[in-house]
Design a protein around this ligand. Structure first.
Ligand code: IPM
Ligand code: MG
Length: 364
């Protein structure tokens, strides 16, 4: 089959890891006889430098014309001034909003071979396998109004959390659909003891639950969830939550897997259901790691696993997705490690070598 893919390498280590991801994708293409047409575009800091805006109209147009988008990373100290008019992150937020990518999937799976490279006790980490569903186009991030102003008693600023029942309904459905294909347990995370938007969230979640009698729904307050993630992470199967809570909890959860460099994500424009291909943007969870840029150090596994998610959700290529996931496991089992997951007696690999090893395995 033929697919069109928008590739946005972005900033910092972005271009390096994107190259390795594409290498693995091409290996899939050769082995399974698919062709992936790549369309490169600018986003983030590089886009600001070249065009003055974080998401040039050409890039957005190109993304709309493709079957999926692969984004590596945006941002860096060069563009970090809090008073700056444009920032690289604006490009990412605009892409999410403009492409309608409301459902952000962030799986957290601890590979048995990496149990030792985390800060938590092996017995707590062993067997962790859950997925976060984070609402991505609403809440505080896209608050109206969002501004700072001067009053007679000093400056004030506001961002308020607003959700419509439609926004809640569609994201909660994503949680239920995923839970249905897994261990059938959905944890909906909110702050219903304090926030009105959370009380609406909870009501809608209970209404949607009626259509999924086979899935167990529970509600958990966000502070309790933050604690439970460290205390007993194996407790969770699927977690659904609003944008800001999801942002914070997924960084916390990423530490369970040892390194941000291991975790992929998918941002989808629809509810994933078997046999349906959904437009999506795929990106590693990690940032642009400017201090590691250009050193052939960064771990490309997160973007490689993001490509596996793309094959599964946007291209309907499940066997191909599994081929990538298995290849990653095999290379790790052989002892190869990038610096972020390095351990005693392991073989140190750079970005390129890790990409080559995985691509070779994928090639069969
Ligand atoms: C993430 C990131 C982004 C977010 C930033 C870069 C805007 O932290 O994808 O989690 O807050 O959503
Ligand atoms: Mg974040």
């Amino acid at each position: 089959m033929q697919f069109n893919l928008a590739v946005l390498p972005g900033d910092g280590i972005g271009p390096e890891v994107a190259t390795e991801g594409i290498k693995v994708l091409q290996a899939i293409g050769e082995r399974f006889d698919h062709s992936f047409n790549l369309h490169y575009g600018l986003v983030g800091g590089v886009a600001i430098d070249e065009t003055g805006t974080a998401l040039p109209p050409d890039t957005l147009k190109m993304c709309r014309g493709c079957d999926a988008v692969l984004l590596a990373a945006v941002g860096g100290p060069k563009w970090d001034d809090p008073k700056a008019k444009v920032r690289p992150e604006d490009g990412l937020l605009a892409l999410r909003k403009e492409l309608g990518l409301f459902a952000n999937l962030r799986p957290v799976k601890v590979s048995p071979v990496l149990v030792d490279s985390t800060n938590l006790k092996p017995e707590v980490i062993q067997g962790v396998d859950f997925i976060f569903v984070r609402e991505l186009t609403g809440g505080l991030y896209f608050a109206r109004p969002k501004r700072q102003w001067q009053t007679s008693r000093g400056r004030r600023a506001t961002d308020s959390m607003t959700y419509s029942e439609q926004e809640i309904e569609r994201i909660v459905r994503v949680g239920f659909e995923l839970a249905r294909g897994r261990r059938k347990k959905l944890t909906s995370v909110d702050k219903a003891n304090v926030l009105e938007s959370s009380r609406l969230w909870r009501q809608v979640a209970m209404e949607v639950a009626k259509k999924y009698p086979d899935v167990e729904l529970e509600h958990m307050l966000v502070d309790a969830c933050a604690m439970r993630l460290i205390q007993r992470p194996t407790y969770f199967d699927v977690i659904v939550t609003e944008n800001m809570f999801g942002d914070i909890l997924t960084d916390e959860a990423s530490m369970l897997a040892g390194s941000m460099g291991m975790l992929p994500s998918a941002s989808l424009a629809g509810v994933p259901q078997e046999g349906v291909n959904i437009f999506g943007m795929y990106e590693p969870i990690h940032g642009s790691a400017p201090r590691r840029a250009g050193l052939d150090m960064a771990n490309p596994i997160a973007i490689i696993l993001s490509i596996a998610m793309m094959l599964r959700y946007s291209f309907g290529l499940v066997k191909e997705a599994q081929t990538i996931e298995t290849a990653v496991d095999e290379v790790l089992s052989q002892g190869y490690r990038t610096y972020d997951i390095m351990g005693e007696g392991k073989i140190r690999a750079g970005t390129r070598e890790m990409g080559n090893l995985i691509a070779e395995k994928v090639g069969g």
